[in-house]
Design a protein around this ligand. Structure first.
Ligand code: SF4
Ligand code: SF4
Length: 399
C-alpha cells in the first residue's frame, strides 16, 4: 500500500466512540461470535467483528465508507452473544451516529445535533422562528371565537390565499426542502466513499437512473417496508411491533399533509370554502387521528424496548437513541393534546399545545438528516449499494 493510501488511526474518533456508547470496544478479542450470531451478516464480508477491530484501531475512514455499519439493524443479537461484553451493537450505533454527523450538511447544524448539551438550542431555533412569525402575523393575541388552528397565524388573505396557509407553508416548506437537500448531499458523499472502496476500474458500467431505481433502490425500499430484515432479528424481535405502527403513521401523516396542502393551497386558491380545517368526519382527518394514535403507540413500544435493552445490557442511555424517541413522542402527544383541548373548548391550552406541536414537527423535519431517523434514508441507500456491489455493473476484478 502506498504512503498516500495509508489509513491513519484517529484518536479523537476513538475518544468519541468511548463517550457515545462504544465504551466497551477495547474488550473485543476478535472471537467472531458476533458475526456468527448476526442474522443479517453475509458470508462474504461478515460484520460486526471487523468493525470492532477497526474501531479499536480508530480507523474512522474505513468505517465511514463501510456499508455494513448502515446495514446493521441494531437488534442486539451480537451484544447478547458476545462472551466479552464488548457490546458490538452499541458500538455500531455509535459509529452510525458519527456518520450522520460526518456526512451532515451543513456541518454546523450536524455538529449542533450531535450532542445532548445542545438540545436547548435545538428547541430554541424553531421556537424563535415560529414565535416571531406568529407575533408578526397578528401581535401577542390568540384568535377569538371558536377555536380554529386555521387562524393561529391570523385570518387575513394574501394573494388569494389565507395568510395562515401562506405562513405555515413559509415555515415548513423551506425546512422540508432543506432537509431533502441535506440528505442528498450526505448520501451522495456516503455513496462516493463506498464506491471508492470498490476495486479500481470495476465500476465503469454505470446504471442509468431508471436502472438504479428499478434494480437497486426500489427493491431496498420494498424490503424496508416489509421489515424483512427486522424479522430476522432474535433478541429484540418485538421492536417490529413498534416500528411497523410508526412506519404506518409516518406514511399516513405524509399522505394527509400532501392532501391538505393540495386541498387548501392549490384547489383552495380557486374554491374559497376549502380553506377551512378538515372536518372530524373527513376520511383524511380520520386517517390522521388513527396515524396519531399509531405514532404514540409505536414510539411507546420503542421507548419500553430501549429502556429494557439498556437495563439488560447495562448500557448508558445516549442522546442519539433518546432524542428520536423524545421528538416523535412530542409530535404525537402535543398533536393529540391540542385536539383534545380544542374539543374541550380550552383556547389557551389548545393554542399552546398547537404551538409546541409546530415546534416539535419543525424539529423532526429540520434535524432528521443528522439524528437517528436519518437511518431510514442512509440504510436504504446502503442496501441499494449492497445490491449494486454484487450486480453485473461492478466487475469482480478482486476474485
Ligand atoms: S465483539 Fe465480542 S463476539 Fe464479537 S469478536 Fe469481539 S469479543 Fe467476539
Ligand atoms: S445489532 Fe443485530 S444486525 Fe447489528 S451487527 Fe449486531 S446482530 Fe447484526
Amino acid at each position: 500500500m502506498s504512503e498516500g493510501n495509508k489509513i491513519q488511526p484517529d484518536i479523537e474518533f476513538i475518544k468519541y466512540l468511548k463517550n457515545a456508547g462504544g465504551d466497551t470496544v477495547k474488550r473485543c478479542y476478535q472471537c467472531a461470535t458476533c458475526s456468527v450470531a448476526c442474522p443479517l451478516s453475509g458470508d462474504e464480508k461478515p460484520f460486526p467483528r471487523k468493525e470492532m477491530i477497526w474501531s479499536q484501531w480508530g480507523l474512522k475512514d474505513k468505517l465511514m465508507t463501510d456499508p455494513d455499519i448502515m446495514l446493521c439493524h441494531q437488534c442486539g443479537d451480537c451484544t447478547t452473544n458476545c462472551p466479552r461484553g464488548a457490546k458490538p451493537a452499541e458500538t455500531l450505533g455509535a459509529i452510525r451516529a458519527y456518520a450522520y454527523n460526518y456526512y451532515g450538511f451543513p456541518q454546523g447544524l450536524a455538529k449542533l445535533c450531535s450532542e445532548g448539551k445542545n438540545l436547548p438550542i435545538m428547541i430554541l431555533i424553531p421556537t424563535v422562528i415560529i414565535g416571531v412569525i406568529w407575533f408578526l402575523s397578528g401581535g401577542m393575541r390568540l384568535p377569538e371565537g371558536e377555536i380554529n388552528f386555521g387562524y393561529f397565524f391570523g385570518d387575513g388573505y394574501y394573494l388569494g390565499l389565507p395568510q395562515n396557509v401562506l405562513l405555515i407553508d413559509l415555515i415548513f416548506v423551506p425546512a422540508f426542502v432543506f432537509a431533502i437537500y441535506a440528505f442528498y448531499r450526505g448520501i451522495s458523499n456516503m455513496w462516493r466513499g463506498m464506491a471508492a472502496q470498490l476495486p479500481p476500474g470495476s465500476s465503469e458500467f454505470r446504471p442509468s437512473v431508471t436502472q438504479f431505481v428499478s434494480q437497486f433502490l426500489w427493491p431496498s425500499v420494498k424490503e424496508i417496508l416489509a421489515h424483512n430484515r427486522f424479522n430476522e432479528c432474535g433478541t429484540n424481535r418485538n421492536r417490529v411491533n413498534g416500528h411497523l405502527p410508526l412506519l404506518f403513521a409516518f406514511i399516513a401523516l405524509f399522505a394527509v399533509t400532501i392532501y391538505a396542502m393540495i386541498r387548501k393551497d392549490v384547489v383552495g386558491y380557486f374554491v374559497e370554502g376549502l380553506h377551512v380545517p378538515l372536518a372530524m368526519t373527513d376520511p383524511f382527518k380520520i386517517l390522521a387521528n388513527i396515524a396519531g394514535i399509531a405514532l404514540i403507540v409505536g414510539v411507546g413500544i420503542l421507548w419500553a424496548n430501549r429502556s429494557r435493552t439498556e437495563r439488560e445490557n447495562n448500557s448508558s442511555p445516549t442522546f442519539y437513541d433518546w432524542y428520536l424517541i423524545g421528538v416523535i413522542m412530542a409530535v404525537g402527544v402535543t398533536g393529540m393534546a391540542a385536539q383534545f383541548f380544542r374539543l374541550g373548548d380550552m383556547a389557551f391550552m389548545a393554542y399552546l399545545f398547537y404551538f409546541i406541536h409546530l415546534v416539535s414537527v419543525f424539529m423532526l423535519f429540520l434535524y432528521t438528516p443528522y439524528t437517528k431517523l436519518a437511518h431510514m434514508f442512509y440504510r436504504t441507500f446502503a442496501m441499494a449499494f449492497e445490491k449494486y456491489r454484487v450486480s453485473g455493473y461492478v466487475g469482480r476484478q478482486d476474485q
